[in-house]
Design a protein around this ligand. Sequence first.
Ligand SMILES: [Fe+2]
Length: 269
Amino acid sequence: MDCRSDIYHLVSQGYSLSDPYVMKNLYEYGYSAKEIASTINQHFDIDITIERKFIQALLNLHKDRDLENLPNSNNYWHKLNIDIAPLAIDLKDYILSDPYRSGEHASYNADTGGVWTLDSNMLFSKEWLEYLENDFSIFPGHVQLFYKNKNAQHSVAHVDVSSTGTLHGGAINWTLDLDDAEMVWYETPDYEHTGKVKTTINDQSKEWPISGLKELDRCHVGQKATLVRTDVPHTVDMGNTDRWAVSFRILTALTWQTHVTVLENYIQK
Ligand SMILES: [Fe+2]
């Protein structure tokens, strides 16, 4: 088999490209990071260009992994030993001075809240993004910014769906200010979702009314880097403060299991 067929074969089993199983196998088949990256760019329909160093970081992370002993991913959040970056811009001022910039605006209602998609390079310093890349093998994707007014309580929970239609497993979240809200997770119901909401330019989420869902866990995210699960229904239970939250997407992970595996050494015990 060639690199293209091998990748197709692995992905057709239901694994994402960044999955440890896929990377370990491609390494064992003898493909170089350069070969894998150029094959993906030529033959796979993804919206970004995959760089050799990105694949190399994944190979380094997963080539020696014991696939029988991946970390437990039967959980919903983890506090991380990662320093939060000071923002390079006054984010609230940037958003509120023009909430409808093209390429960023997803939804906005001054009374309830909004969602925006932002470029990590605009939001964070080059040094901090390099620190993530070099120290944690985290390659930054886009950032979603969530604003919720303190009086806006959500009556639905949702799962995050990527532009290709697959579930997106996780994100690193934190809030800009002190707040008293909690993120809440629910059991995925066995009935079809009742709505679809556009959360970013490309992505959608599927949602269900909270009433009738079984709560599984909750966590105060606050101003600490928190790995949160997004492939099971979740929502934010608002407290008495407005909430601005940054949600940092990791390119080096798609499924929740991969998020936990990539970050297992930086999870607070
Ligand atoms: Fe979400």
